[in-house]
Design a protein around this ligand. Structure first.
Ligand SMILES: *Cc1c(COP(=O)(O)O)cnc(C)c1O
Length: 373
């Protein structure tokens, strides 16, 4: 609980430790493990999660932006950090100042990074991104070996790794994912034929780490599974993950309303009989999607309670179930366990019309975080 605010996200760092351990257990000895902590650790707090993951045996960290990498460096984290897409040319000095490894796939960025590094008398490490079929970022697989050969001639650059990313790794036995892996292997072979060392060769995100052992190569990159959330229904039977995030709040006001009274903006819900209404101090600016209005449930006293009326920016209301004792200050659980009853992130995400990835990130927007070990 936090003193200044009666709503918070609880982050169980022992779950992060557990998840790193079981995920690493799926890989062959010597396989590197990247903990992906972009988007403030999927809403869990990047610095705390990074520290816990590294302590549990992660080798490297992955982020989305240079600012995220700088935040980790400023917190005193010295492990290798990779920015997972090519950052703007304007960041090259920052990358070199903070020893941050960029992803690279354009000549323009290669030239800028190489020149800046050469002026400092150093070789900047980079990872080459190969697009094998997702068609988001990277050098097209057909051009990749030639591009790598060209980069080998640039001063100030050192190829530390070569990687790709799957579009459909969450579908077991998927033909598209198999084709992406095949294309990636061909690129790696062509580079070796050209006497270019591809360095750390990596492709697997969480679903591929769990479902496609043949894609592990020299390193796996785990995000969602690190947080104990499953990337797809297909992974539940394969691995025992522990969810790290719970979301809770204390009710700020409890009141009885008469039959026919409406609740919240638009009065979209009306009491069919006299009802006890509890107000919780969090809303869509805290990640409780407004699409959850009149559809989500929360836990109180080990029982499920229905959310009623529209979710507001900073608050929403719940009808207190009969027989549950609720006072001002009683704890409600939006995600997590209460006296043996559980509401998983997946349940709320599905009701909100999204995936656990997005909902976890959303809860990172404004809620204070409380860490347990
Ligand atoms: C976000 C990201 C990951 C992690 O994906 P999960 O499905 O969360 O494990 C891995 N690799 C890249 C390139 C990413 O952008």
């Amino acid at each position: 609980m936090t003193e200044s605010r009666w709503a918070w996200a609880e982050i169980d760092l022992s779950a992060i430790t557990h998840n790193v351990t079981v995920l690493k257990g799926l890989t062959a000895p010597g396989t590197l493990f990247m903990a992906v902590v972009k988007a403030d650790g999927y809403g869990h707090g990047a610095v705390e999660v990074a520290r816990a993951a590294l302590k549990a045996g992660a080798d490297r960290l992955g982020v989305a932006t240079v600012d995220e990498a700088v935040e980790l460096r400023s917190a005193g984290i010295s492990a290798p950090i990779q920015v997972l897409s090519e950052p703007p040319v304007a960041t090259v000095a920052t990358l070199l100042d903070h020893t941050i490894t960029p992803t690279l796939y354009t000549k323009e960025f290669a030239g800028a990074l190489g020149r800046a590094a050469a002026l400092r008398g150093v070789d900047a490490p980079y990872h080459l991104k190969v697009d094998t079929g997702m068609n988001r970022i990277g050098v097209a697989h057909a051009d990749a070996a030639l591009f790598a050969a060209m980069l080998a001639e640039f001063p100030g650059l050192r190829l530390e790794g070569t990687f790709t990313h799957f579009a459909t790794a969450d579908v077991p036995g998927d033909w598209d994912a198999a084709r992406q892996l095949k294309r990636f292997r061909s690129v790696i072979e062509a580079m070796r034929t050209e006497k270019i060392d591809p360095g750390i060769v990596h492709a697997a995100n969480s679903p591929a780490t769990i479902l496609m052992p043949e894609s592990h190569l020299s390193m796996v990159r785990c995000g969602i599974a690190l947080y104990g959330l499953h990337p797809a229904p297909s992974t539940y039977s394969v691995i025992d993950l522990k969810p790290a995030m719970s979301v809770r709040a204390r009710t700020t006001l409890v009141k009885r309303i008469g039959m026919g009274e409406g609740v919240s903006y638009g009065l979209t819900w009306h009491a069919g009989a006299s009802a006890l209404i509890a107000t919780l101090p969090l809303g869509y600016a805290d990640g409780v999607h407004r699409t959850l209005s009149n559809s989500m449930q929360v836990l109180v006293g080990g029982a499920r309670a229905s959310q009623v009326g529209r979710v507001c920016m900073d608050q929403f209301m719940v009808e207190v179930p009969r027989g549950v004792d609720v006072q001002r200050g009683t704890v409600f659980t939006l995600v997590g366990t209460d006296s043996g009853e559980r509401i998983p992130m997946d349940e709320q995400a599905e009701k909100a019309g999204t995936i656990n990835y997005e909902l976890a990130c959303s809860f990172g927007m404004r809620l204070p975080r409380v860490y347990t070990r």
